[in-house]
Write a protein that binds this ligand. Sequence first.
Ligand code: ADP
Ligand code: MG
Length: 346
Amino acid sequence: MNMIFKKILICAVCAVSLTGCGKRSISPDNEICSDRNVFAMDTFMTICAYGDNADEALKSAEEKIKYLESIFSVTIEESDIYKINNSHGSTVEISPETAEILVEAVKMCGKTDGALDITLYPVLNSWGFTSDDFRIPDVKEITELLEYVDYSKISVDGIRVTIPDGFQLDLGALAKGYTSDAVADVLRENGVESAVINLGGNVRTLGKKPDGSLWKIAVRDPFDTENDMCVLETGEISVVTSGNYERYFEGDDGQRYWHILDPSDGFPADNGLVSVTVIGESGLYCDALSTALFVMGEDKAVEFWRKNHDFDMILVTDSHEIMYTSGVENSFENLTEMSAEVIDSD
Ligand code: ADP
Ligand code: MG
């Protein structure tokens, strides 16, 4: 099939960018910010840390990222996920970190009623999102592959995991969130109290700026990806964005097909949203939710938030409207001409 495809934003300019942290520079409050760039998990990552032990801490953080990539990757042949995906129904022993992320992932799949489903890999594969060999599979092919999609068939018992033959897992929707939390822990253990961890569309801050002031986190405009849509002023937090502009191709039919799929039909989720940003304490939770709420669409996402008040979110609809929850009302600054409406608790 002859297709024009386009892969954009494969650098630090993913969904969320950050103001206020430069390359080993003097910040306005005269504190040195050390930074480190890492390419892992298909993402350009930047970590900025302040304090005397920052360089040492960043080295440990990079090692942690590389280690997590080596166990979570679907393509590295020694990884835990690769072993599970090639187990043909037999039980596999994995590392504690993989067991931990799997337990949390399965919980999030259940909590989101299957909008998130980490067994979608065979379907993602048939669209070419795993290989960049993009194609539009026919409905029959997708229907057959959906037989192998059901997160409730994953069994995790300590470090022992079993999935049915033919099933395959992919942690792409939440691995970076888990990693951002792990990096925050490593930095803290190494004496860092102030840092910004930017893993593409996943930003996690540690503490406040060295002078005690708040960070400014910018969220990309999904309609104008060179520019920012809004700025959030915040202390220690995770801000994670999922958007339909991050990875997509255009088919012969001129349609755009993106990398977040709706597990209910195996097609790119097209429920009225172009970007979802989730703001909360845990990177893993925010990452899992940003993908799941994107799949759910506006109404279900709002309903989900009203039932689970442990996060905030910024939705952008395909009709160019911004909606954000009341928890970020005072820290949210709209930089666009789009209308921005507050979502209330009831
Ligand atoms: P990104 O990785 O681009 O920051 P997300 O966190 O939203 O964005 O994750 C998207 C990735 O998750 C896809 O590339 C794919 O590997 C996987 N994925 C796509 N749709 C789903 C889904 N409904 N449930 C679980 N994983 C998904
Ligand atoms: Mg996600």
